[in-house]
Design a protein around this ligand. Structure first.
Ligand SMILES: [Ca+2]
Length: 188
């Protein structure tokens, strides 16, 4: 860039002594431009922001998928009731949280729920509508997966039984247990 020609470009011999102007890529991530719940990646000439896996958004603004008190596991948000209650109270609690009592419909979902529990806990399965045939509490449809305990007990409601490695056991609906609730897109 030639001072004698208004800084237009001018080819000259490479052996001449001249100043040089350097450029370097700034690391925009040093100024934390992304949402606190996003990862920043520095790129040449720019940077990118990507929300953490349990958040959604453009990276500059990220919203949690799950409500307060719920955490995401395998595409669903799960949360435990703060206090034990009878089965009907458990179902109502989950509804009040914008969800329903959890309905584990695969081994993966069962295992994800099991990992959250610290004692016997209601799930959304009963035979109240069809004595002897257990169905999902939300829509009374047939079970597509089961994990019954070796000693399934008796009663019209179902717990994941801490005494049997959290396999499913029947329990009186009037017993009191915490409940695990589930939120998410219910697509089967
Ligand atoms: Ca950059």
């Amino acid at each position: 860039m030639d001072t004698n020609e208004d800084y237009l470009w001018n080819p000259i011999a490479c052996t001449e002594d001249k100043f040089v102007v350097c450029e370097a890529d700034p690391d925009e991530c040093l100024t934390s431009p992304c949402d606190p719940n996003a990862d920043c990646t520095n790129t040449i000439g720019s940077f990118t922001c990507e929300c953490h896996s349990d958040y959604y958004g453009d990276g500059f603004t990220c919203q949690p998928f799950c409500s307060t008190g719920f955490t995401m596991h395998g595409g669903y948000c799960y949360g435990l009731s703060p206090t034990p209650g009878k089965a009907v109270e458990a179902l109502n609690y989950c509804t009040s949280q914008g969800g329903r009592a959890a309905e584990p419909r695969s081994q993966e979902e069962h295992d994800n729920i099991k990992a959250l529990l610290t004692g016997s806990t209601w799930i959304g399965i009963t035979d109240l509508n069809n004595p002897g045939t257990f169905t999902y509490a939300s829509d009374d449809s047939a079970l597509v997966f089961t994990s019954w305990a070796a000693a399934p007990g008796s009663g019209n409601c179902v717990i994941m039984d801490s005494g049997q490695d959290y396999d499913w056991a029947q329990d009186s609906c009037l017993d009191t247990n915490p409940v695990v609730c589930q939120q998410g897109e219910y697509i089967y």
